[in-house]
Design a protein around this ligand. Structure first.
Ligand SMILES: Nc1nc2c(ncn2[C@@H]2O[C@H](COP(=O)(O)OP(=O)(O)OP(=O)(O)O)[C@@H](O)[C@H]2O)c(=O)[nH]1
Length: 833
């Protein structure tokens, strides 16, 4: 199939540029792929001078030719363009509207000039078609054309060399060797006559043009010869752009991809009648085209499937080797740009390449920063896990945090290097700093938490080690209580601080921080003691009563005291109160600073020595400066260390005394009762009086044996009654009670005794009756209430037998001793509560 020349009208008769037509034509001839390897040929000459016929034979195009039989009418309007068939490299030929045409008249001069300028601006070879018979003629048709060509050539302001190929048509028998000098002379004359711009006055024609002359036989008369000569001429167009070829120096040539834009711009400038600066135009074309190529490449990238997949994937997580992938994308698009822009002006090309690279990098930067975000997050999480594992292994916090931070940041750096694009030189230092800050913040949080755990642990240990011993020491209320507490506090604090220091050594805390923590621990220990002391001070009255009861009710061997009448209750009471007051003096203030004070002396002098002890003296004492307890502070003790103020001490002492007085009273009652119970014999003076006054009767009895027998029988009966009536037991409950009891039971007992004697005398076997003492004791035990049982179990056995008896009606009653024990037990219950 024969190749098409794609003839297209480039500019119509009205001077309108067919941009779309040209684009379409260039696509068909694939000029963009040619780069700079293409040539442009134009033909100009008088109308109907056989231009189209020549081009069609020379380049196998199909420009419209005039029918030889229809007359010499204009066939080519405007400028047409077509591809030369079979000419390498790609050659484009332009057929210009003929000059000097009858239809256009004088006005056509403008179009002639414009089309001539256009042809000269974009063509490498310009064919000037002329009749042979015009050579040497003064008014030849080609002279105005040449003048126009030279004039417009001046406007290009370019020393570009274009080949002017003069094609002499219908050559005559005159040999070309004779015609050519004449033609060149004509050309030179015209050149000389054309006004030249400043600086080009003496410029030679050859600096702008290569002038070549060929002559062809008449197509109409010697067609075969014509075709033969045209075929020869065609050979000169093959590889016309090669060195030594027919084309000019091609300095203004633009790459094939810019041809359309360039041609359009040139025509625009020509139409606007502006000066056409070809070098500037070349730069302008390069700028526009490079921009177009760069824009096209950028758009292609934004729709690139690989890129879009990468952009989506990076949102979901880190992508290994992303830097290389991004680099590859960048390189491939820059390479395409380089390939397509390679023939444009180097300066422009490089500038636009940088712009394209920058735009692509801006696009890729988002992916890079997202990737950095993933890397930073991952490194941060890894740091947390590593630190936790390291701490679980028991390694020191500071060294673990350091090592984990270094390895996490190292991982991040490696990730950054992996994500980096070589061409970009992006800076990851900000993300690195952020990661460092995050790691430091996390390490700081963990450090604080771990330190808090350790601090709490040692605080608890301190609390455990101090609370109960301090409580015990305070409740002992000894003179050296506070010295012992200070010693205990110092010892336990030292032990715990030593252990604490070892425990936190791995944190590598600075000296100030360590000092603060140790001080806090010391303060905590002190506060534990203070808190305990305040707590104990709050229940000092109970403790004092407890102490009083302990001392009062127990002897020196800590055995429960029995009030036998021998005890010195006054001394014992004083001792017990003294112990309680000592406890109060211990509880009155916190003495952790080893400063001497007079609290104990003041309390003893004021309260034990009776200065303000009596309630009646209260009103007189309070408010007087002479009473040391009429104050709300102790002299040597700061308000913070004061647990019980002097006024409170006084008040507590009054309350204490009031509540313990009953105990003392009970003790005194018990002692008196014991004494009475154990002294049933008459006083010594009565016995002596009885012996002296009854001496005669005694002697009388001793002298008469019957009296002695009667006395013996009376003794026996009396003894029997004594035992039967348990008179000794009755007397222990009091004389009056004994008399009443014995008198009420005397007669029945005597009767019972006599009855039994009578029965025994008559020989009846009388069952043995329990003895009075046995029945009384068993009855007594049977009739004891549970409370009495409890009481009896809490007091000595000897006391039970002597203090508990039963009445005739079976109701139990207690001696004063029993009452005293009840009181004691009630106090004990209060203390234990
Ligand atoms: N005498 C002569 N006539 C020719 C020659 N070549 C073509 N012609 C005739 O010239 C007439 C015009 O031919 P075209 O090729 O259309 O001429 P043109 O210059 O393209 O015409 P326009 O495009 O209208 O300017 C036709 O009738 C051709 O037969 C030639 O070599 N000698």
């Amino acid at each position: 199939m024969e190749e098409d020349c794609y003839a297209t009208q480039l500019i119509n008769a009205n001077g309108e540029f067919n941009r779309d037509g040209l684009e379409s034509f260039l696509k068909k001839v694939k000029l963009a792929d040619c780069g700079l390897s293409y040539a442009v040929v134009a033909i100009m000459g008088p109308q109907s001078s056989g231009k189209s016929t020549l081009l069609n034979h020379l380049f196998r195009t199909n420009f419209r030719e005039m029918d030889a039989y229809s007359g010499r009418n204009q066939t080519t309007k405007g400028i047409w363009i077509a591809k030369c068939i079979g000419i390498e490299p790609c050659t484009i030929v332009m057929d210009l509207e003929g000059t000097d045409g009858r239809e256009r008249g004088e006005d056509d001069t403008t179009f002639e000039k414009r089309s001539a300028l256009f042809a000269l601006a974009i063509s490498d070879i310009v064919l000037i078609n002329m009749w042979c018979h015009d050579i040497g003629r003064e008014h030849a048709a080609n002279k105005p054309l040449l003048k126009t060509v030279f004039q417009v050539m001046m406007r290009l302001f370019s020393p570009r060399k274009t080949t002017l190929l003069f094609v002499i048509r219908d050559k005559t028998k005159t040999p070309l060797e004779l015609l050519e000098p004449i033609l060149r002379e004509d050309i030179q004359k015209i050149w000389d006559a054309v006004p030249k711009p400043r600086g080009h006055e003496n410029t030679h024609l050859s600096e702008f043009f290569n002038v070549v002359v060929v002559a062809l036989s008449s197509y109409e008369e010697k067609e075969e010869k014509f075709k033969e000569e045209v075929a020869q001429l065609r050979q000169r167009f093959l590889h016309s752009i090669s060195p030594g070829g027919l084309a000019g120096d091609r300095q203004g040539v633009v790459p094939g991809s810019g041809f359309s834009f360039s041609a359009h711009q040139i025509w625009k400038i020509i139409k606007e009648n502006k000066d056409l600066d070809l070098p500037a135009h070349k730069v302008m074309v390069a700028t526009v085209r490079c921009e177009e190529i760069a824009r096209e490449k950028f758009n292609q990238l934004t729709h690139d499937e690989d890129w879009l997949a990468l952009e989506n994937a990076v949102e979901r997580g880190p992508i290994p080797g992303i830097g290389k992938k991004l680099s590859s994308i960048l390189e491939s698009y820059l390479h395409e740009y380089d390939t397509q822009s390679t023939y444009f002006d180097e300066g422009v090309r490089n500038a636009k390449r940088q712009e394209l690279e920058s735009a692509i990098l801006d696009l890729l930067y988002h992916v890079y920063t997202t990737m950095l975000g993933h890397l930073r997050y991952k490194a941060h999480e890894n740091f947390k896990i590593r630190l936790e594992n390291s701490l679980k292994k028991g390694e020191g916090f500071a060294s673990s945090a350091r090592a984990c931070a270094e390895s996490s940041i190292h991982d991040f750096d490696q990730g950054c290097a992996d994500a980096a694009i070589q061409q970009a030189g992006w800076d990851s230092s900000k993300a690195r700093e952020k990661l460092r800050r995050d790691i430091d913040a996390h390490a700081s949080t963990v450090c604080s938490a771990k330190l808090s755990e350790i601090v709490v642990k040692y605080e608890n240990q301190l609390s455990t080690a101090l609370t109960e011993p301090v409580e015990s020491l305070l409740e002992s209320g000894e003179r050296d209580t506070w010295a012992s507490i200070r010693k205990l506090l110092k010892h336990r604090t030292e032990v715990e601080i030593s252990a604490f220091s070892s425990a936190v050594s791995g944190f590598e805390l600075d000296k100030a921080k360590m000092t603060t923590l140790v001080q806090n621990l010391m303060d905590y220990a002190r506060n534990v003691v203070v808190k305990k002391a305040r707590e104990e001070a709050g229940k000092v009255l109970i403790l004092m009563k407890d102490r009083f009861s302990m001392v009062f009710n127990h002897d020196t061997d800590s055995l429960p005291r029995v009030w036998t009448g021998k005890e010195d209750i006054r001394t014992i009471t004083k001792e017990a109160r003294s112990a309680s007051l000592k406890l109060l003096s211990v509880m009155a203030a916190i003495r952790l600073d080893e400063k001497p004070d007079e609290i104990e002396n003041i309390l003893f002098s004021c309260l034990m020595d009776g200065i303000v002890a009596h309630p009646s003296s209260r009103d007189r004492s309070i408010g007087t400066s002479s009473d040391p307890l009429a104050l709300s502070t102790w002299d040597e003790i700061s308000p913070e260390d004061t647990l019980i103020t002097p006024l409170q001490c006084k008040s507590l002492w009054r309350q204490f005394k009031a509540e313990t007085d009953y105990t003392v009273t009970q003790a005194i009652s018990a002692r008196e009762a014991y004494r009475q119970n154990n002294s049933w014999l008459p006083p010594m003076w009565a016995i002596v009086a009885m012996v002296i006054l009854g001496f005669n009767e005694l002697m009388l009895l001793l002298r008469n044996p019957l009296y002695v027998l009667i006395l013996f029988v009376v003794y026996l009966l009396s003894k029997a009654l004594w035992v039967q009536l348990d008179i000794e037991g009755e007397l222990q409950r009091g004389t009056l009670a004994a008399l009443l009891s014995v008198s009420s039971r005397f007669l029945p007992t005597v009767m019972n005794l006599l009855r039994r004697l009578a029965e025994e005398a008559q020989g009846y076997a009388v069952p043995k009756a329990p003895t009075q003492s046995e029945s009384v004791v068993s009855q007594s035990f049977r009739q004891q209430t549970p409370q009495a049982n409890a009481l009896s179990s809490s007091i000595p056995e000897s006391s039970v037998s002597s203090n508990i008896s039963s009445s005739d009606d079976g109701v139990e009653y207690s001696s004063p001793n029993v009452t005293h024990r009840r009181t004691t037990n009630i106090q004990e219950e209060e203390i234990s509560t």
